[in-house]
Design a protein. Sequence first.
Length: 373
Amino acid sequence: MSNSKQAVPDTLPLLRERIDSIDSQIQILINERASCAQKVAEVKLAEQGGESVVFYRPEREAQVLRRVMERNEGPLGNEEMAKIFRQVMSSCLALEKPMRIAFLGPEGTFTQQAALKHFGKSIVSAPMAAIDEVFREVESGAANYGVVPVENSTEGVVNHTLDSFRDSRLKICGEVEERIHHHLLVSPNINSEDVTHIYSHQQSLAQCRAWLDRYWPHAERIAVSSNAEAARLAAEAGRSGRAIAAIAGEVACELYGLLKVSSNIEDRPDNTTRFLIVGNQDVPPSGKDKTSLLISAKNEPGALYRLLEAFERHGVDMTRLETRPSLMSRWGYIFYIDFVGHYLDEDCRAVIDELRERASEVKVLGSYPVAVL
Ligand SMILES: O=C(O)C(=O)C[C@]1(C(=O)O)C=C[C@@H](O)C=C1
């Protein structure tokens, strides 16, 4: 933009005049961009036709956001700038086709927070009561994509999510990481000293275990289906004068009008949860990808060693290995493996081919862009 090189005025009216002029140029450009996205939708419809058109392109979005961060010169920070573009793309995609996103609800969960971080705000939110319902909603076509938690840096893996992939044909289309801050919340009319019960999701209770042992050793901890549900229950209890506290995040605190008794009570300050985006599409390479596999190993000595050895020999970087009992045989196991690269990359393809020879089942759950934001 030509104005960016001009000297910055130093009086308030002139600065505001400059801001008004820049805003109107940005607005024209954003609408020009939106018109391009509309044209993109027409091209996609013409090329792919009918029901099967794929409007959301995670690999392209990741590339756009990475480029925004790479070329950014400030004074706005890279992440701040990327968040702005995240929302611009979200609006453009909604113009192509409004996206209905199912997530582990109710409203106010960290999973909803993750969905908004990944897709931007221009989505239709569809809160589901359980992880397998998120899968079903996307499988049935009622939602375009789903968002589910998969692992937490303090508490480890979310078994329900891993288990849901056994019988699902859904693919992982993306990942998103969210820093998790927990707060102890009560209804505004409740005296926190009267609290006898603390509600939260079992993982959140575990993530605050040391803090609870120290400050609330006598309060009974009650696990409920989500921390947003805990916040809802605390608000409901407050209305009838019962002193129940909840452990939940910022969004749930605001949504249910609760007060923070204590903030950031998680035992580890770097407490982070990773979420997966599930959908019906294979995502092409974005240049910086990850792949997730589900492997059913033969129940024999050295089976795991032979699987892992293939990664070592081809120089493919494995980032995660989880084990779950197989439901098919008593002592059989299913391994979930994440590695760096796309399944279409030559070295990754070689590993997958070898794994197929050595395991009873290898399912590629998806290759997807490494989280940008
Ligand atoms: O490039 C595309 O395929 C688009 O549809 C455009 C666009 C964008 O706004 O940049 C919008 C949605 C897609 O998810 C990716 C990118």
